[in-house]
Design a protein around this ligand. Structure first.
Ligand code: S3P
Length: 187
């Protein structure tokens, strides 16, 4: 039997997942501010730890090293922290252990942007995203589709098409507050 007590829902960190460039960092910062919580971007944590950008880390140490580091950072955050807002890199949910820890300890929100809208952002994203900067548009679309099934493991999905980051953040905060009110353990 698992003797570890589940983290009460109001204390759980909020984790944002979704494809590269959907706005996880921008929206995460806004949500954190509105909830008076600290914000953590796991890619920024890795960049700080190695004093290197993500593209340089991929180039110098390789993707496998990045993925192992990403897993350690996220699992540690899930196990050691509460009351945060955390944005993950778009590939993090590819790792089962990350998915499992996040869903066990946090509230996982999928920021879902349509392919049509994502395509319009592609040019400004591609340079700093080593996972896609050598791929054709068809290959990127394929990855987009594959990733979507990984992101389907979430607590809630937010369609972000045609919404500003501020609007998405407001919607998330309202929905969370409603959920926290409804979910009153012991009552
Ligand atoms: C990646 C997404 C990036 C970053 C790295 C790999 C991916 O984060 O972690 O370049 O595999 O999707 P963003 O989703 O913040 O762009």
């Amino acid at each position: 039997m698992n003797s570890k007590r589940a983290i009460p829902v109001r204390e759980r960190s909020i984790v944002l997942i979704g494809f590269m460039g959907v706005g996880k960092t921008t929206i995460g910062e806004l949500v954190a501010k509105k909830l008076y919580r600290d914000f953590i971007d796991t890619d920024q944590e890795i960049e700080k730890a190695f004093n290197m950008t993500i593209p340089d880390l991929f180039k110098e140490k390789g993707e496998a090293f990045f993925r192992k580091t990403e897993k350690d950072v996220i699992v540690n955050l899930c196990e050691q922290t509460k009351y945060k807002v955390i944005s993950l890199g778009g590939g993090a949910f590819n790792q089962e252990e990350i998915r499992k820890k996040c869903l066990e300890n946090c509230i996982v929100l999928h920021l879902d942007l349509s392919w049509e809208n994502w395509k319009q952002r592609m040019d400004i994203l591609i340079e700093n995203r080593p996972v896609i900067n050598n791929r054709s548009i068809d290959e990127i679309e394929q990855l987009f589709i594959e990733r979507k099934s990984l992101y389907s493991e979430h607590n809630s999905r937010i369609e972000t098409d045609n919404l500003t980051p501020e609007e998405v953040a407001d919607y998330i905060v309202e929905t969370l507050k409603l959920g926290w009110e409804i979910y009153q353990p012991g009552k």
